[in-house]
Design a protein around this ligand. Structure first.
Ligand code: SAH
Length: 273
């Protein structure tokens, strides 16, 4: 019997073999992989991962679940459980006390949906400060609507600031959709498995802070043209010319620009703050 799910921790126990298999396959596991799992819950995914890799470090916030996990998996020597909030825990410092567990190179997790944004930022870093070292691969089960934004192509309905922010830092692909009934209790929304492959960062964008600012302003009001959303920082005619140079329709909205076009735009707007 699974413990009762706690709402405040976004707990939904995955119970579909098909979804579990898809997550494991998407991670392309090797015996030398060191995994990070966020929110192992009752350990259903953890249990599958452990025999396939060098180690699994799992971070779980719920004390009662940690007790349960120690009972179930505590005697497996390539398993390390850290109790705490993934968002505030300093993994590097924590791992320094466990010489048998090195920094993880991949992340595999069914995460709590209420903190998806902050988790992505922890795992990838920000445009202004990509995470170093980058993970080799990140496989996550997330809310379907978020997944759609992560792998959205420019000009599609789901393409937004989050798409640019994340796609700047990582290549994103959809692995499969997972229906709400694959969980107990079922969440209100459908889910999807996504795979992120952080990019080896070359200094693409000259002033990352400027790109962050442009994205914030540019996507602020989605139905407006980009040049109107940016008019507080760039003169409309100037922006229209620049967009033409970059082969973007001057009447484009923020969602019509590809990641590369955003980077080019930011690099050309050297005179704004
Ligand atoms: N992986 C399990 C559980 C997923 S539910 C399964 O697939 O069945 C999400 C899990 O994340 C829960 O176990 C919840 O307690 C945990 N969690 C929620 N917030 C967390 C946080 N800030 N840090 C670490 N774990 C968290």
């Amino acid at each position: 019997m699974n413990p009762k799910a706690r709402k405040q921790f976004g707990q939904h126990w995955l119970r579909s073999d098909k979804a579990l298999n898809a997550i494991v396959a998407a991670a392309k596991l090797n015996k030398s992989d060191r995994l990070l799992e966020i929110g192992p819950g009752t350990g259903i995914l953890t249990r599958r991962l452990l025999p396939m890799v060098e180690s699994v470090v799992a971070v779980e916030i719920d004390r009662d679940l940690c007790e349960l996990l120690v009972k179930k998996l505590g005697n497996i020597d390539n398993f390390l459980l850290l109790q705490g909030d993934f968002l505030s825990l300093d993994l590097g410092t924590q791992l320094a006390s466990f010489p048998n567990f090195q920094q993880p190179n991949k992340v595999v997790a069914n995460i709590p949906y209420n903190i998806t944004g902050p988790i992505l930022e922890q795992l990838l870093g920000k445009i202004a400060q990509p995470r170093i070292p980058a993970f080799d691969l990140i496989v996550l089960l997330v809310q379907k609507e978020v997944a759609q934004r992560l792998y959205a192509k420019p000009s599609s309905r789901a393409f937004g600031a989050l798409s640019v922010r994340v796609q700047y830092l990582a290549e994103c692909e959809l692995i499969c959709d997972v229906p709400a009934k694959a969980f107990s209790p079922p969440p209100k929304v459908d889910s999807a498995v996504v795979r992120l492959r952080p990019r080896i960062m070359e200094p693409l964008v000259s002033e990352p802070k400027r790109l962050e600012q442009l994205l914030k302003l540019g996507f602020a009001s989605k139905r407006k043209m980009l040049r109107n959303n940016l008019k507080s920082v760039v003169e409309i005619d100037h922006l229209s010319n620049l967009l033409e140079q970059l082969e973007v329709n001057p009447q484009a909205r923020a969602e019509n620009l590809s990641v590369a076009q955003w980077v080019a735009l930011s690099n050309h707007l050297t005179h704004i703050a």
